[in-house]
Design a protein around this ligand. Sequence first.
Ligand code: ARG
Length: 280
Amino acid sequence: MSAHRILMCPPTHFGVRYEINLWMDTARQADDDAAILQWDQLRATLTDLGATVALEEPRPGLPDQVFTANAGFALGGRALVASFLHPERQGEEPVHERWFRDAGFETWKTTHILEGAGDVCGGVDVLFAGHGIRSDRRAHAEAAAFLGVEVVSLEMTDPWLYHLDLVMAPLDTRTVLVAPHALTAAAARAVAERFADPVELTREEAHAFTANCLVLGDRLVMHHCPPRIGRELAARGFEAIESPVGEFLKGGGGVRCMGLFLDGGPAAPDPVEVAGGAHG
Ligand code: ARG
């Protein structure tokens, strides 16, 4: 069983209202009732697996608020609040900041673009942070100073996989699901150096949102598990649990986009106190 705390936001105001990633097409709207059912099912799956789900109140006019992975990145009681690239999502920033504060997190925002856990994940002794599509590499050093951990920057290359949580999922300190084609050669090497036993995804598998899973102990909650990946996971003692989120894929987000680990998530390092304060 997992003791993770995860932040979600009900899809009350979700919809494909603009196009800020290649998946979004305002002519292909989500079905509201189906979206609510899928979201409820996902929440139930996570709580059945032992996670505690915290909720953010949905606000009208913020159709992507349901993708709480982008709210920020939380580790060790600190929350780095997101700064969004697209004006369409910038209205979420004060809402997320308020949620973190009210929940008792020490909050901070970088002056550069950083789209939360969408682009940040655990990398064993370090955090990995993606850049090149949404988040700005210059935010990474600031994130490291605030969180008290080392951050390794990974440059991403596939515009369909525009957030790092579509490219890789750390499962534990040995194993990671990763789509190397979506990283520069140097970035793919940096991942390979940290994880002894990677499971590599093909372009097609990654485009099916396979890396976009929430990992709770030895269970991976994902939209759909390609059979080959199911076998690779089973051989390593992991099990994929499908919780279909097709309505949300129309917005360009899958399971992991809809849940923010409030404790860094799997394979996140322990933050150290930084001499002279966590940040300047
Ligand atoms: N429509 C949202 C956007 O483009 C989807 C966000 C998906 N989130 C994620 N963590 N990958 O920003």
